[in-house]
Design a protein around this ligand. Structure first.
Ligand code: GLV
Ligand code: MG
Length: 292
């Protein structure tokens, strides 16, 4: 079901949201280029349709006949609400471990630990967790949330809810501090960090600009709300041939030097540069493993 886990480590450049109620869209989403597809029971579903969406989406999450190679995830409703708690319990009653759950509106590490304990109790050891940082409290507690459970492998930056709470615009500058804080928290716990989807589906240039800015800040991927957004996201979050070639040269020069420092093209290469280059190569290796 998950090409990335079956043939190599997980690749998380793109996460495509698909609305829970629209089961007719799942197969297309899963067979596209997205590294992850997240069936959404939260803001992608109107309040009156939450139960219908849950009833349809949970069996579909496990339906191998839908095919596709993307890793599957489900965004449940906030765990502090009745509807969110019922989403989680319905998944427990279903009897199969969901591959990954995306937890919105998380505000403390305790909330993540409750979810992890409920999953433990259900015997769902394989289920991974992703957390969305999208409230002021979450931003404050982001370091602790990131480290709350070994099940967490990914953090999302929820700019839409955060800007609504701040009373700010969604402009890049308005949320720069918040994004920096998310980078700090996610990297401290070794998590992948996915940026908010761009809401203007027709604005490809805007999407690319935002994706590049996020990539430069340390984000490892970006979410999408339409399949058309996925290819540019994947491209921007993949090291290009030039970067890969340079990374190999850096590492070679460093390893040959035996002195903890090397000179390449007139520039000093020390351990931090090597670490950054190893990181780029690790992503390139994951991409190669996923496409073999
Ligand atoms: C995502 O959930 C957001 O609020 O941006
Ligand atoms: Mg949100």
């Amino acid at each position: 079901m998950d090409k990335h886990n079956s043939s190599g480590p997980a690749l998380r450049r793109s996460l495509l949201f698909t609305p829970g109620l629209r089961t007719d869209r799942y197969a297309k989403a899963l067979s596209g280029a997205a590294d992850m597809v997240c069936i959404d029971l939260e803001d992608g579903v109107a309040p009156d349709f939450k139960i219908e969406a849950r009833d349809k989406a949970i069996p579909a999450l496990f339906d191998a006949a839908l095919g596709g190679g993307a890793a599957r995830a489900m965004r449940i409703n906030p765990i502090k609400t009745q509807i969110g708690m019922r989403d989680l319990l319905a998944l427990c009653d279903f009897g199969s471990a969901p591959p990954a759950l995306l937890l919105p509106k998380i505000e403390s590490p305790e909330e993540v630990r409750w979810v992890a304990e409920i999953l433990d109790e259900a015997g769902y050891a394989p289920t991974r967790l992703m957390v969305i940082i999208e409230t002021g409290r979450a931003l404050e507690a982001a370091l602790d949330i990131a480290a709350a459970s070994s099940r967490i492998d990914t953090m999302l930056f929820g700019a839409a809810d955060l800007s609504a709470e701040f009373g700010s615009t969604l402009d890049w500058e308005a949320l720069h501090y918040a994004r920096s804080r998310a980078v700090h928290a996610a990297s401290s716990a070794g998590l992948d960090l996915i940026d908010v989807p761009s809401l203007d589906i027709k604005d490809e240039e805007g999407l690319k600009r935002e994706a590049r800015l996020a990539q430069r800040m340390g984000f490892t991927g970006k979410a999408a709300i339409h399949p058309i957004q996925v290819p540019p996201i994947n491209e921007i979050f993949s090291p290009d041939a030039e970067t890969i070639a340079f990374a190999r040269r850096v590492i070679e020069a460093y390893e040959e030097s035996h002195a903890g420092v090397a000179l390449l093209d007139g520039k000093v290469v020390e351990m931090p540069v090597v670490r950054a280059m190893r990181r780029a190569l690790a992503i390139a290796d994951k991409i190669a493993a996923g496409t073999q």
